[in-house]
Write a protein that binds this ligand. Structure first.
Ligand code: G1P
Ligand code: ZN
Length: 578
């Protein structure tokens, strides 16, 4: 093994290789798998290991290539400071390949000198639960296995991401370092222990490392009990309030059952599709009105429950629905912010709010009314971390069904549902009433996202370049009655660490406050996905009941025309409209 980057690894591994382990390490009665054999397996770089919006996501078949996962894990470990004596948290959303990957990562952690790995039983941890556990046990960080809402199964997607000691996604500086490491890879270190029992709670030794298998729900539930008024929510359910939570056959099922049904007394069966399956039962666990159609159908039926909710593959997203009403995530963030002081954890008010750039400006108005700051950051949860750590914000959210707060450093699906339940319990108002009253007070931001999926990557890049070239000539132009005021490409200057992130989406801002945003997805695994975000403000309550697509029709036409979408993509219509 060469010097430089691999130096640390060689040193740490050498300690194991030459049997210099302290005798007391094995003096306990813990089950121990000790072969004391750390192998250095030679490997070669894979050029496609640059993490995207949220970690490295690829087809399962890509991860199944020899050394592919191992290289990326080695690249993560190489990017960390000395891990001797440190704890690593590990778990995933249970999708196909999860259990296999868990075995490899434990063996690699044991080879790298971690003192301890905390593992969710069966290799399971939702993304927000992993963030909670990292923070609670002061771990150096955690590895979360998930491709979030991307479809699962042998032909589906797999993903891996690293979260730091604050419990949040690795910042770009670190993900770039991980990528650089992966490109210089020529070997990885791994223990040769045989199959590890990941299903029995308790502790065992793997080489000199302690492996602690924990219940994936316990710490997360305890945290939520600290934040929300559980007795009030329990009383709400006892009074006959009904909830339908669609776990979409993904990881939120066990959490939702334990919290809503077992702890808060929601009627048995309130959680549907509650068994996590390796292929998510063929569902597409991205909780939007298209994928959560079964839930929304129930919410529109005669026997509809009082509230509907859903979460995604790794349980960090949320969808909130009332009867015949699906709350947009942007509205949800604004409504939570406006009512936050009803929740025990936020009783003293909010420090500030942040939203991703394409998210509607509904929360900006609440922030203004509350006299607090509202930050606009690029897409991706990692950009909220610094603001949360620096105590500049308390709540944050994205239009992509993600909402969260300072309680952890990830978005949190079940937390959002609990927040709504707490507000309903405190006010006695329904989801629909809360939304209608919010619009009446602040005005309504009609909002929609049109996605063009699996388009040719080169054509997608050309479309974006075409827009870029038009930027100087657009201001002042009027189309379908919409007059462009500002046309730019979003760049973010992080007020905490001073870093600048550019190329974060093209924005057309119109004189009436409407917006069109274009960006390419950073999480897809097939070709490119163009996302077009549309927002139009309406202050007149008489016009609040319009259908969203009808209200936005003029803006949609402008958006398609300016970017020549059908010319570049060959598509007349978006693949998904939410
Ligand atoms: C998508 C969402 C984004 C979210 C990310 C991870 O990323 O748009 O808001 O943070 O998934 O859940 P995109 O595919 O747009 O890059
Ligand atoms: Zn997710």
């Amino acid at each position: 093994m060469s010097a430089s980057r691999h130096d640390g690894i060689s040193r740490r591994s050498a300690a194991f290789d030459c049997n210099t382990v302290r005798a007391d390490v094995f003096s306990t009665a813990l089950p121990t798998q000790t072969t004391m054999s750390i192998e250095h397996i030679s490997s070669k770089p894979y050029s496609d290991q640059r993490p995207g919006t949220s970690g490295l996501r690829k087809k399962v078949t890509v991860f199944q290539q020899s050394g592919y996962l191992e290289n990326f894990v080695q690249a993560i470990f190489d990017a960390l400071p000395d891990v001797d004596g440190q704890t690593l948290v590990l778990g995933g959303d249970g999708r196909y390949y999860n259990a296999h990957a868990i075995q490899i990562i434990i063996r690699m952690a044991a080879a790298h000198g971690f003192a301890k790995v905390i593992l969710g039983r069966g290799g399971l941890l939702s993304t927000p639960a992993a963030s909670c556990v990292i923070r609670k046990y002061a771990a150096i960080g955690g590895i979360i296995l998930s491709a979030s809402h991307n479809p699962a199964g042998a032909d589906g997607d797999f993903g891996i991401k690293y979260n730091g000691s604050n419990g949040g996604p690795a910042p770009e500086k670190l993900t770039e370092e991980i990528y650089a490491n992966s490109q210089a890879m020529h070997s990885y270190a791994i223990s040769s222990v045989a199959s590890i029992n990941i299903y029995s709670l308790g502790q065992q030794r793997i080489e000199t490392m302690l492996l602690q298998v924990i219940d994936p729900v316990v710490d997360y539930l305890a945290m939520q009990q600290q934040l929300f008024d559980f007795p009030a929510i329990k009383a709400l359910f006892a009074s006959g309030f009904t909830l339908c939570f669609d776990a979409m056959c993904a990881i939120s099922g066990p959490y939702a059952k334990a919290i809503f049904e077992d702890t808060l007394g929601a009627r048995h069966g309130s959680v549907i599709n509650g068994e996590p399956l390796p292929d998510f039962g063929g569902m597409h666990p991205d909780p939007n009105p298209v994928n959560a159609a079964e839930l929304l159908q129930r919410m529109n039926g005669a026997a509809a429950p009082d509230m509907g909710a859903a979460s995604d593959g790794d349980a960090d997203r949320n969808l909130i629905a009332g009867r015949n009403l699906c709350v947009t995530p942007s509205d949800s963030l604004a409504i939570l912010a406006a009512n936050a002081t009803l929740v025990p954890a936020y009783r003293n008010g909010l420090l500030g709010i942040a939203r991703s750039m394409p998210t509607s400006r509904a929360c900006d108005q609440v922030a203004q009314a509350l006299g607090i700051a509202c930050y606009e950051v690029p897409t991706g949860w990692k950009f909220f971390g610094n603001l949360l750590d620096a105590h500049k914000i308390t709540l944050c959210g994205e239009e992509s069904y993600g909402t969260g707060s300072s309680h952890i450093r990830e978005k949190d699906g079940i937390w959002a549902v609990l927040f709504w339940l707490n507000i309903i319990a405190a006010t006695g108002k329904s989801v629909n009433t809360l939304v209608q009253e919010h619009w009446a007070h602040f005005g309504r931001h009609f909002y929609s996202r049109h996605d063009f999926e699996a388009i040719n990557s080169e054509r997608a890049a050309q479309l974006m370049q075409g827009l870029r070239l038009q930027l100087p000539s657009l201001p002042g132009r009027s189309m379908q009655g919409y007059c462009v005021q500002v046309a730019d490409e979003f760049s973010y200057h992080d007020p905490v660490d001073g870093s600048t992130t550019s190329g974060q989406g093209i924005r057309l801002l119109f004189a009436d406050g409407s917006r069109i945003v274009y960006r390419l997805s950073g999480t897809g695994t097939e070709g490119a996905t163009l996302r077009v975000y549309l927002e139009q403000y309406q202050s007149d309550p008489a016009l609040h009941q319009q259908d969203t697509q009808a209200a936005l029709a003029g803006l949609v036409a402008v958006a398609y025309q300016v970017a020549s979408i059908s010319e570049f993509t060959g598509m007349q219509q978006a693949s998904v409209i939410t």
